[in-house]
Design a binder for this molecule. Structure first.
Ligand SMILES: [Zn+2]
Length: 491
């Protein structure tokens, strides 16, 4: 099935065609780094990481950019509260963001440009917009004139008057029209500032994304992603200023992900009901969080609750137990299986067995779901069905019995490889679960015992090291010395 993508601009699913054949240029709006990351900051990265994995699998060469907004009113206020500089705060919070991405296995980002490192590019665009009559300087600020762009409002499909009525518009007597937005703001004493033809100041938020995306990806991007809450004014303004500047279409496919909600309330920093990643990972594994974020279609709101996370954690446990079973049957770790990075047809063999036919059918269902506007929720459904089929086959053929048939084991192994292939597309199971079940305290205690055993061995106290292993064994916990260090699992 050819890939189809829902485009916010046209309000329909379209067949996916890139500007340059075989290449995808993708930009996703990143965080304003003034607070530690919360779960809402991870929705876009996890979804678009999965989008990149699938596009790569289909054979595209994908370049993915996520920006860092490291100058903004929020940063200035927060740095003042903390008695630090904007730069120090931005660096610390960027490190926190990167750490969260790593934990959630978001590995596909190619460039993370910082706004403060692209001021000259922003000034260049503003000069061009002023020269073309789309922007004007006023009292040290620079504004985009929304009446100069007949298309303004096309992303949200509303005319400018409706947009103004629906949004909080910053009132300023420096503006010509109430809907005009700032490209550049004159700085007040003590605020970070850069020199410009209009005096010292700093960029507005919208111009940052236009400058960084076009610098790294060219004038027309294939995909521009972001949360639904960014559609207006941020993306509408990005679109207006970019197209007014270049005269070219700015984006082929605008993709907007749904937001998290707790019960009937949306989760947002402004409401104060956000859950920090650090707190969340005390209770639930990173893999549980990733699977939760992918279990709904990306355009729908994601239900967030502790119970929902616990439920997802339990369903992951079925996979973990199956991987132990696979190890018993095939004598190797599921995590060592290589996942193919490119799509190829699945060979059911001839004559095809009923089992491999079923595997092939579920694989097609999974891939068709992702081809239908990246329906990860549907794909995950097919993954559970595949797990059930594998367990059923292992039961029916008694693969854990000594009298098993080796050709059945080989067939089973081929089915498991499909599970490896498909789960990798979702960024799941890249390493053994941190805690054998999702309890962070257990994980920390186990690490303590593993460290103590390693120290005992270093001090040549082998009796103590053996005793730790034996006593854990009595509790049903098996230590495994692997090349990268010692791991553990429940026996
Ligand atoms: Zn942006």
């Amino acid at each position: 099935m050819p890939l189809r993508v829902y485009n916010t601009l046209t309000r329909q699913k379209e067949e996916f065609q890139t500007v340059e054949p075989g290449k995808v240029r993708m930009y996703v709006c990143g965080p304003t780094v003034y607070k530690p990351s919360h779960i809402g900051h991870m929705v876009g990265p996890v979804i678009f990481d999965t989008v990149k994995r699938f596009l790569t699998y289909l054979g595209y060469q994908v370049t993915w950019v996520v920006n860092i907004t490291d100058v903004d009113d929020k940063l200035i206020v927060r740095a003042r509260e903390l008695g630090t500089t904007v730069k120090e705060l931005a660096e610390r919070m960027t490190a926190d963001y990167l750490d969260c991405l790593k934990k959630l296995n978001v590995t596909g980002i190619d460039y993370m440009p910082r706004a403060t490192e692209h001021i000259p590019e922003m000034i260049e665009i503003m000069r061009g917009l002023i020269a073309k009559g789309h922007a004007y300087a006023s009292g040290g600020d620079v504004y985009f004139d929304v009446t100069s762009d007949p298309d303004y409002g096309k992303l949200c499909n509303r005319d400018p008057d409706q947009l103004e009525a629906g949004a909080r518009i910053e009132v300023s007597d420096k503006k010509r029209n109430p809907g005009d937005f700032a490209l550049w703001k004159a700085s007040r004493p003590g605020e970070p500032s850069w020199d410009s033809p209009w005096g010292p100041g700093r960029p507005g938020w919208h111009i940052e994304c236009s400058a960084m995306s076009m610098k790294l990806l060219g004038q027309t991007l294939d995909i521009h992603g972001g949360g639904l809450d960014l559609q207006f004014p941020h993306h509408e303004n990005e679109l207006a200023q970019s197209e007014s500047y270049t005269g070219q279409p700015f984006v082929r496919y605008w993709m907007h992900n749904g937001l998290l909600k707790m019960g009937q309330t949306k989760m947002a920093g402004s409401i104060g009901n956000v859950v920090n990643i650090a707190d969340l990972l005390e209770k639930h594994s990173a893999e549980t969080v990733r699977l939760l974020l992918l279990s709904t279609h990306y355009r729908s709101p994601i239900e967030y609750s502790d119970e929902r996370l616990a439920e997802v954690g339990r369903s992951l446990g079925h996979f973990y137990r199956f991987f132990e079973r696979y190890q018993r049957i095939c004598g190797r770790s599921f995590y060592e299986l290589a996942a193919p990075t490119r799509h190829a047809p699945f060979d059911t063999g001839s004559p095809p067995s009923a089992f491999l036919n079923e595997v092939s059918r579920l694989r097609s269902t999974f891939l068709d779901c992702l081809s239908d506007d990246f329906n990860t929720g549907g794909a995950i459904g097919a993954l559970y069905e595949l797990l059930t089929a594998l367990n059923r086959f292992a039961d029916a053929r008694q693969l854990e019995e000594p009298a098993r048939r080796e050709d059945a084991v080989a067939e089973f192994e081929r089915g498991v490889r499909v599970l490896r292939e498909l789960s990798s597309l979702l960024g799941l199971f890249h390493q053994p679960p941190e805690s054998g079940g999702g309890d962070a305290l257990v994980n920390q205690l186990m690490q303590l015992l593993i460290d103590l055993r390693a120290e005992a061995r270093k001090a040549k106290n082998y009796a103590m090291a053996d005793q730790i292993r034996q006593r854990l064994g009595q509790l049903g916990i098996i230590l495994e010395d692997r090349p990268g260090g010692t791991g553990w699992r429940r026996g």
